[in-house]
Design a protein around this ligand. Structure first.
Ligand SMILES: [Zn+2]
Length: 152
């Protein structure tokens, strides 16, 4: 496997409306393994992190966290998916987003935010391609049950 690059390529990315608010989309093809973008923001220490109410925190080490809330952090628009096409990698205490597979123009970028974030914020609302059908199936089952009960 070739060594991974930690220098974001010059890819065309666009922020536009997605299923869950705004999202970041590829406007041109991105090869598998490519470094797409750095997740930048304001550095917080442990104490600042504990006080922060930002939803864009990215923990680098036990003592260093990046708050990616500023709008100049384009990577903040990348949404969560349980079956993502990107993955974050920490390198020299910075965060880079890489393509897990080839990404076609028009595809929305997504990475897995991790278990803690998922359980805290996304468990019941995740609309990723993996969760959505599961939820729809569950809801259908539930309404079928309700209909049955009502018919009785
Ligand atoms: Zn999901």
């Amino acid at each position: 496997m070739p060594r991974m690059s930690y220098k974001p390529g010059d890819f065309d990315l666009v922020v536009r409306r997605s299923k869950t608010g705004l999202g970041l989309f590829a406007a041109s093809e991105i090869p598998k393994g490519a470094c797409i973008i750095e997740y930048v923001g304001v550095e917080l220490n442990k104490e600042q992190e504990d006080k922060s109410r930002s939803k864009y925190l990215f923990e680098i080490t036990a003592r260093k966290t990046i708050d990616g809330a500023p709008r100049w952090n384009t990577a903040r628009y990348i949404n969560h998916s349980c079956k993502p096409n990107c993955e974050p990698n920490i390198y020299k205490r910075r965060v880079f987003i890489h393509a897990k597979r080839r990404i076609k123009p028009g595809e929305e970028l997504a990475y897995n935010y991790g278990k803690n974030y998922f359980n805290e914020y996304l468990k019941d609302v995740c609309a990723c391609p993996k969760c959505k059908p599961e939820k729809a199936a569950k809801a259908a089952k539930k309404s079928a049950k309700t209909a049955k009960t009502a018919a009785r």
